[in-house]
Design a protein around this ligand. Structure first.
Ligand SMILES: [Zn+2]
Length: 461
């Protein structure tokens, strides 16, 4: 079974620790039968692998160490970067420096994310006051990344502003941080803020998140109806300004209408920093074939995301299973893992359980999985199917990789940064060459970044 093989590799190459175990249990809670063997094997001696498998692992390991591995979308809370407990330590988060080092991940875009406020929640959402609130949140995130890279861990990680920076910092043996803005909402109506965000380090920007804003329609319009039928007049100005400054335009979270208009209007290649293929998983966050072909036409790249509900639509738990899981949680005094911020709370509560109780809880879950099986969890294999699909449709030069860790991302086999090697291994297993893997793991994205900045220089002339 593939899952078992992947598991043994995960065990071999990633640090096994209690955090990982609690994360596995968390995934179990999202309806997984196959997770339990993973948990069970975590503490056992390694199974013997065949000589052919050893050769494959060796080959993948050599490629993984050679190429620049870049993840274009990781979320964070400012306190995780600047607090007393921060990403220099192995926190419960999916991303942190120890996990990054264990997984051989070289570079990441920190997401300068602000949520979309709707007028129904806050009548002043699209007034100066509403914009100011979110602008402050964005600035807090920019500042946190700057402080983390300059003051807190300057010996380990450095901020890159160009593709050349990424290559140079990596060559020095340091990790590379970049910044991408998720949601143009905090720009307000002030076009000068695009330049301000550029100066603060932003190198990609998505006009929308979930919910329409002053710049464009979001993918959520498929459910809620449209506001602009694509880009607003201000949104079109922002596209022009992003091109002029050399910030990559990110179409993740955009509606199809917005995305297609951006593709037509942009003078530079565009990216989808964390999206998947709609042909394989029909959700509005994903890109259909027409969109992927339009993105390719700009010279851009889709950074396929390992976000389980964008990779595969799973059936919800049955009422019996939900009830059994709720009873188990109650028995062990654990909070519900679903809902905003609940994931971390659930993990923390699991972590606090004494070893004996944790073992009992696992046993209980095994029983529930047997009696009321949930839909199989979304795996690394399902995720790489999306990479295969995109490569077949638009070619190896237009596809990349992203996790959305700490923003809802993660699949079985790549559920935190320490498991990053598993992605390379699966690519090697499917016959991708070193040259192709180099492109997928960041080569394409860096090419787009170079191209976007070169075009900006021309436009500024
Ligand atoms: Zn997102």
């Amino acid at each position: 079974m593939w899952t078992i093989r992947a598991t043994s590799v995960t065990v071999r190459y990633a640090t096994t620790n209690r955090f990982k175990k609690t994360r596995c249990l968390l995934l179990t809670f999202f309806a997984i039968l196959i997770i339990m063997p993973i948990v069970a094997t975590d503490s056992r001696p390694l199974a013997q692998t065949s000589p052919a498998e050893d050769t494959l692992i060796k080959k993948a390991r050599a490629i993984h160490e050679k190429v620049i591995n870049l993840d274009t979308h990781i979320d964070f809370a400012p306190s995780d970067l600047t607090g007393e407990r921060n990403y220099t330590q192995r926190l419960e988060t999916q991303f942190n420096l120890p996990n990054m080092i264990d997984g051989g991940l070289d570079a990441l875009f920190f997401s300068i994310y602000v949520g979309q406020t709707r007028e129904a929640q806050n009548p002043d959402a699209f007034t100066a006051a509403g914009y100011e609130r979110t602008y402050k949140l964005a600035v807090e995130k920019f500042d946190a990344v700057q402080r983390f890279t300059r003051e807190i861990a300057p010996d380990k990680i450095e901020l890159a502003l160009t593709a050349a920076d990424v290559r140079q910092i990596h060559a020095k043996g340091k990790k590379v941080a970049l910044m991408g803005v998720e949601n143009g909402y905090p720009l307000g109506e002030d076009i000068a803020r695009v330049k301000e965000f550029y100066d603060r380090g932003a190198r990609y920007l998505s006009l929308t998140h979930n919910g329409h804003n002053q710049l464009a329609d979001s993918h959520t319009g498929e459910r809620d109806g449209w506001k602009w039928n694509g880009l607003s007049p201000r949104g079109k100005q922002v596209v022009v300004e992003l091109n002029r400054l050399g910030i990559m335009i990110d179409v993740a979270h955009a509606s199809k209408g917005s995305m297609m208009q951006i593709a037509a209007l942009s003078k530079a290649p565009i990216i989808a920093s964390h999206s998947a293929a709609r042909a394989l998983c029909d959700v509005s966050r994903n890109m259909d074939d027409e969109q992927l072909l339009a993105l390719k036409k700009t010279g851009g790249v889709i950074q396929v995301v390992a976000y389980s509900s964008f990779v595969k639509t799973t059936k919800p738990d049955t009422a019996e299973r939900s009830a059994a899981l709720a009873t188990a949680r109650k028995e062990f005094n654990l909070p519900s893992p679903t809902g905003p911020g609940q994931r971390a709370r659930f993990q923390a509560a699991l972590k606090a359980l004494p070893a004996e109780q944790l073992a009992q809880f696992e046993k209980k879950l095994t029983g529930i999985d047997k009696e009321y099986p949930g839909d199989p969890a979304v795996t690394l294999k399902d995720f790489v199917d999306h990479i295969d699909y995109a490569v077949n449709l638009i070619g190896i030069d237009h596809v990349g990789i992203s996790s959305d860790f700490d923003g809802g991302g993660g699949v079985v086999g790549w559920n935190d940064a320490s498991e990053t090697f598993n992605v390379t291994l699966e690519l090697v297993r499917r016959g991708y060459t070193e040259e192709q893997i180099e492109k997928l793991w960041g080569g394409n994205l860096l090419r787009v970044m170079d191209e976007v900045q070169r075009i900006a220089k021309d436009l500024q002339k």
